[in-house]
Design a protein around this ligand. Structure first.
Ligand SMILES: Cc1cc2nc3c(=O)[nH]c(=O)nc-3n(C[C@H](O)[C@H](O)[C@H](O)COP(=O)(O)O)c2cc1C
Length: 328
């Protein structure tokens, strides 16, 4: 089934994308807050990591104030740009929140059309809009008309809701309504995060639109970044889970166990000192990363992972690894 007629292309020229390179850190709720994001950003040169995003910011039926967007952007700025990601379907509230994001300093506003959570679906936001290309287009257009002259508006979709039959229509609708970049997470909502990613869907989106496409889904190694670009023709590649296992994936640098431990120690300390978590909460956020962590050989094998996850004093163990390297 084809979607309804797609509105004509926006009158205003698209703003150039601010990214400093082709590899992007994915937005991840509960993870890519300023504490985690800054640790990744400060460890990369702008040519190695081209951009990052806030976690999604849910917009329900009223505009969020600038201070909320500032909080998501965090206090530090890097040469690597960080876009604000919004999720919602109330056009007026989204437009006003996008303007607040620009006032807060966002160099780009991204729109989330992929979140599979029940709350998003009930509010007809996130992946709910994948069933209706025209409605998705209306969200892009409202945001584009609100801020498109100041900063680029980008859209992040999944390959579809239950299946991928609307992929080209969704891509075309985002483009026709002002998106300067289309990110395609190549799984459908139904496939969640489980199924093997189908990169062919990214190639289909590339063929469907003239704007740059950012491929996303299943990148696990530094070599996969270029591999996805070659296989699909996408201009950018976004990494989620792969960057949780190895935050240095963008540069492809093999770090030492001490450097890996330092990252996790800084993360734990940052969460506490920036009042994002209690000491107990900070330790469990570190454990969340250790469940998948591969960088620096810190976790030798699955048996060793079990010992990390059940360690009483995880910070003491990390300090031990760190101080062993530097002899402190
Ligand atoms: C814990 C978690 C939180 C996520 N939160 C967001 C989010 O806030 N916004 C969004 O667009 N995608 C979100 N995603 C999806 C990722 O951005 C990405 O599209 C997905 O993980 C597929 O990429 P990957 O295979 O490289 O992980 C989230 C994924 C995970 C695992």
């Amino acid at each position: 089934m084809r979607a309804q007629a797609i509105p004509s292309a926006p009158a205003t020229a698209l703003r150039p994308l601010p990214f400093t390179g082709p590899w992007l850190l994915a937005p991840m709720e509960g993870i890519t807050d300023p504490v985690f994001r800054d640790l990744v950003l400060e460890r990369h040169r702008p040519e190695d990591l081209g951009g990052a995003f806030t976690e999604f910011v849910r917009v329900i039926d009223r505009a969020l104030p600038e201070k909320v967007l500032r909080r998501h952007l965090g206090p530090r700025r890097f040469a690597i740009p960080v876009g604000v990601q919004l999720m919602g379907s109330d056009l007026g509230a989204l437009a006003a929140t996008a303007r607040a994001a620009v006032r807060a300093g966002a160099p780009l506003v991204d729109l989330n059309f992929g979140c599979p959570a029940k709350g998003a679906l009930k509010g007809c936001a996130g992946s709910a809009l994948l069933r209706d290309p025209a409605a998705l287009g209306a969200v892009v257009r409202a945001t584009f008309e609100a801020v498109g002259e100041a900063v680029p508006v980008t859209a992040k979709i999944r390959a579809g809701f239950d299946d991928d039959s609307l992929l080209e229509d969704l891509a075309a609708s985002a483009e026709a309504n002002g998106a300067a970049l289309l990110t395609v997470h190549c799984r459908t909502r139904k496939e969640g995060y489980r199924d093997e990613p189908d990169w062919e869907r990214i190639a289909r989106a590339v063929a469907a639109v003239a704007i740059p496409v950012c491929g996303n889904g299943g990148v696990r190694t530094h070599a996969d970044l270029e591999g996805m670009r070659r296989a699909t023709g996408c201009a950018y590649v976004m990494v989620g889970h792969g960057a949780l296992a190895d935050p240095w994936i963008f540069a492809g640098r093999a770090v030492s166990a001490a450097e890996a431990a330092r990252f996790l120690l800084d993360y734990e300390e940052g969460l506490r000192t920036r009042k994002q978590a209690t000491p107990r909460g900070a330790s469990s956020r570190v454990k969340q990363l250790l469940r998948v962590w591969t960088a620096g050989g810190l976790v030798a094998d699955e048996e060793d992972r079990w010992t990390w996850l059940h360690a009483e004093e995880i910070v003491a163990r990390l300090r031990h690894v760190y101080s062993g390297r530097y002899g402190a």
